[in-house]
Design a protein around this ligand. Structure first.
Ligand SMILES: [Fe+2]
Length: 301
């Protein structure tokens, strides 16, 4: 990878081809992304009451904080308004709603100074989403809800775009994770015992790229990019939203980014909903990906 596109005027096809080469795209806020920030902020403020959400962590025991997030996050994820807002965001970023499928948006929190970094506020170690059974055509959309700084952002580790990293993805299966992992997330306050695919050799975290967009300013990147949560030393919590998309034409032919080191089984292909009517991908496409649940073919780039 060698390029970051700002407010690119590429059509969606051209953008996907660049994303599959590891390039990054950053967009200024749009009406729908700003509306989604406002919608999220209202929910967050309600959850924290009188407290400033960015510094609420300084005013309560971590168990209470985790309990607030455990209620807030699913509410946001499953709220019907969230889906509508994503539809708007996709439209404003020239996606064809008949062929673009998305999953539910996640609200993420990165608390400062190691206050809460497991379970419901998991601080992501360096990983590729493709270690977590994401298809290679998956694209990630990420944006902050409030202003962020470099010290509480997320980082890309570009040298690993084309370089394999020994990792534990061979033991990960999305379908099994869903059965066991999710229910216990809220209880994992002090440490996370769920088995996640992690690097199994030292990672050279630098050079790294941190993109600091305004609230509602979206970063789009391939699910195959190695990325991580920056250890938050900003003194305040980061709140962000992310969701994922796949394009029907690419999912149908198993197109997308190259696979340099993922060996997971399972697939997230059943999670994506069509932009136009929230229907799942056609059954033959789902079956195609489910049949690929054996060890993936690792290719060199
Ligand atoms: Fe990720």
């Amino acid at each position: 990878m060698n390029t970051i596109y700002f407010d690119s005027t590429f059509d969606d096809y051209k953008r996907r081809q660049e994303l599959y080469k590891g390039q990054l795209f950053v967009y200024s806020p749009t009406p729908s992304s700003l509306a989604m920030c406002e919608f999220a902020k209202e929910m967050i403020q309600k959850a924290f009451g009188e407290l400033d959400p960015l510094t609420a962590q300084q005013h309560m025991p971590v168990e209470q904080y985790a309990a607030i997030l455990a209620e807030l996050k699913p509410k946001f994820i499953h709220h019907p308004e969230s889906k509508q807002l994503i539809r708007g965001i996709l439209k404003e970023h020239v996606c064809d709603l008949e062929k673009t499928y998305f999953d539910v948006p996640r609200m993420r929190t990165a608390t400062s100074d190691n206050y809460l970094v497991s379970g419901i506020a998991y601080a992501f170690h360096p990983h590729r989403d493709t270690w977590y059974s994401a298809p290679f055509c998956q694209l990630n959309w990420w944006f902050p809800i409030y202003d962020i700084v470099s010290e509480n952002s997320m980082a890309f580790h570009p040298r690993y775009w084309a370089e394999a990293l020994k990792n534990g993805s061979r033991d990960y299966n999305y379908q099994e994770w869903n059965k066991e992992g999710r229910q216990v997330a809220a209880q994992q306050i002090k440490a996370d015992t769920r088995k996640q695919p992690k690097p199994e050799e030292p990672v050279e975290l630098s050079p790294q790229i941190r993109l600091i967009a305004k609230p509602g300013g979206i970063v789009i990147f391939s699910a195959a990019h190695l990325h991580s949560t920056v250890p938050n030393t900003a003194g305040f919590t980061r709140f962000s939203i992310d969701f994922r998309t796949v394009h029907l034409d690419d999912a149908r032919i198993l197109s997308g980014a190259p696979n340099v080191d993922s060996e997971c089984t399972g697939t997230t292909i059943q999670d994506y909903l069509r932009g136009s009517d929230f229907k799942q991908l056609p059954d033959e496409v789902i079956q195609l990906h489910l049949q690929k649940t054996g060890k993936l073919n690792v290719v060199a780039v």
